[in-house]
Design a binder for this molecule. Structure first.
Ligand code: HEC
Length: 474
């Protein structure tokens, strides 16, 4: 039996050249003290492989057409054997991939591993990060339920405000002027053909670069990178103390990768995939468009910055971050690698984590989308129970102003806080604004009755500092 396997392997290996091809990469030397810190890259690859396998399995039953996507996904979730589990795997696999990319970037950054000669390892990695995020965003729409559809509408609406290219970008995202079958086809093609092809290509390049330049040696304080001598010293050290990647280095990758898969499986079983809500219906605004957690922080940024600069921030901030990340290794390709000699690098990582973390919490809490559950304002806030002010407050609720505007912290946050609106706007400013809308404010000129408008404006005129209406009326 053993003989048989040996012969078969020998035959295959001779014809295919497997050990010639894989041998050198498995046996290549890695620094002896490259330990647990180095597992995140392979873990990202493991998560990606989980995504490819579960994604293909999902595509077996999923029909990317606007009339069937929702039903086929419901079928996968509720009826197909293991379908529920499969969707869970794909969802937590995505989360794992994002987390691992983040950890991998933080580690290579802290270790100064992006410096000479590994600049391109880093830059291809930055592109892979971008592709990963695009996968997350496009994947969400494929759920084709209310929330998914509205997130894309919000994204397109926001993209539309980018100066110069906004209109083009919005219609590129939607595949037309409104969300529909064309949007879905487009997202499907991007999600299953275009970006995966890029990811495969760049993972290949990335791994080739890892082999070409070797795994970075753990940094030592007081041992800066000098391009003139680095390669020679690296290889000398490697030949003196290095260990073969297989099995001395690889077992940690295997252990961590297996733990990651177990984690994904457990989450998929215990929590399951995100629920599918109602099918998308453009006439129902009762959705709470928020992206999956890995993009939530970015939507929070857009929600929190003043609308006047939103269009610029939206495109410039990611472009700037992208360019800085992409060029980081070229700007700092020499010098000290150890974090104790680059304390700012620790600050950068901590600040990024803190910033994304707090924005994430903000995104989870404060809706940038209208708040559809807003209750009518209580009399204590309105300051009157009858008369024009009270009627105006009622109109403020009934006409959904309150869904987008806050009054004393009640209502929605889509538009400006109107608690003290009359301190900054005159009566005619307010009327013009309500009649004409503008930016993200709908125009009410055609829908409000003259009496309603009058009451509404009377109510808003009571909204000023110091003039608490409670003391005026009654
Ligand atoms: C879909 C959300 C939405 C609804 C509904 C809405 N608004 Fe607005 N409103 C906004 C946004 C967004 C702005 C800011 C627009 C801008 O930047 O020019 C705004 C601006 C305003 C302003 C100017 C505030 C300032 O400080 O400049 C007033 C006043 C106002 N809205 C009143 C109303 C009233 C009254 C209603 C109900 C009849 C209403 N809004 C309904 C989103 C909304």
């Amino acid at each position: 039996m053993k003989r048989f396997f040996q012969n078969t392997w020998g035959w295959l290996d001779d014809r295919l050249g497997l050990s010639d091809m894989l041998g050198p990469s498995l046996k290549h030397l890695v620094p002896r003290d490259a330990k647990w810190w180095y597992v995140f890259g392979s873990a990202t690859l493991v998560a990606f492989i989980v995504q490819v396998i579960t994604g293909v399995a999902l595509a077996f039953s999923y029909v990317p057409s606007s009339s069937q996507a929702y039903d086929t996904l419901k079928f996968i979730t509720d009826e197909a054997p293991l379908g529920h589990f499969l969707r869970g795997l794909h969802y937590y696999g995505a989360s794992a991939m994002v987390l691992m990319v983040g950890a991998h970037m933080a580690q290579t950054f802290l270790f100064g591993a992006y410096k000479y000669p590994r600049e391109m390892n880093w830059s291809t990695g930055v592109l892979l990060l971008a592709f990963t995020l695009v996968m997350g965003f496009t994947g969400q729409l494929l759920r084709w339920d209310q929330t998914a559809a509205w997130s894309v509408v919000v994204a397109a609406e926001q993209a539309g405000r980018i100066p110069y290219i906004g209109g083009w970008l919005a219609s590129f995202i939607l595949g037309g002027t409104t969300i529909g079958g064309a949007t879905l086809s487009r997202f499907f093609a991007i999600h299953v053909f275009l970006i995966p092809a890029f990811i495969f290509g760049f993972v290949f390049l990335h791994l080739w670069l890892v082999l070409r330049h070797g795994i970075s040696d753990p940094p030592k304080p007081g041992k800066p990178v000098d391009p003139k001598t680095y390669k020679k010293e690296y290889h000398e050290e490697l030949h003196r103390t290095g260990v073969p990647f297989w099995p001395d280095g690889a077992w940690r990758d295997m252990v961590f990768g297996t733990a990651l898969i177990i984690g994904i499986v457990v989450l998929a079983i215990v929590f399951g995939p995100p629920p599918i809500e109602n099918p998308p219906d453009p006439s129902i605004l009762q959705a709470d468009p928020r992206p999956d957690w890995y993009l939530l922080w970015y939507f929070a940024v857009l929600a929190l910055i003043p609308p006047q600069i939103e269009g610029y921030v939206m495109i410039l901030a990611p472009a700037l971050i992208g360019v800085i990340l992409f060029l980081a290794p070229i700007l700092g390709s020499k010098g000290e690698r150890h974090w104790s000699r680059r304390p700012w690098s620790i600050a950068v990582v901590l600040l990024s984590v803190l910033m994304i973390g707090s924005l994430w919490i903000a995104g989870a809490k404060s809706p940038w989308s209208p708040n559809f559950e807003a209750e009518p304002l209580p009399a204590s806030v309105v300051g009157a129970t009858s008369g024009p002010v009270a009627r105006g407050a009622q109109v403020f609720h009934d006409r959904a102003c309150i869904n987008c505007h806050l009054i004393e912290s009640l209502g929605g946050r889509r538009g400006p806080d109107l608690t003290f609106v009359s301190d900054r706007l005159t009566e005619s400013d307010i009327i013009i604004r309500i009649l004409n809308g503008g930016n993200n404010m709908p125009a009410f000129g055609n829908t409000l009755k003259p009496q309603e408008m009058e009451d509404l404006v009377t109510f808003l005129q009571t909204r000023r500092k110091g003039a608490r209406p409670a003391k005026l009326a009654q």
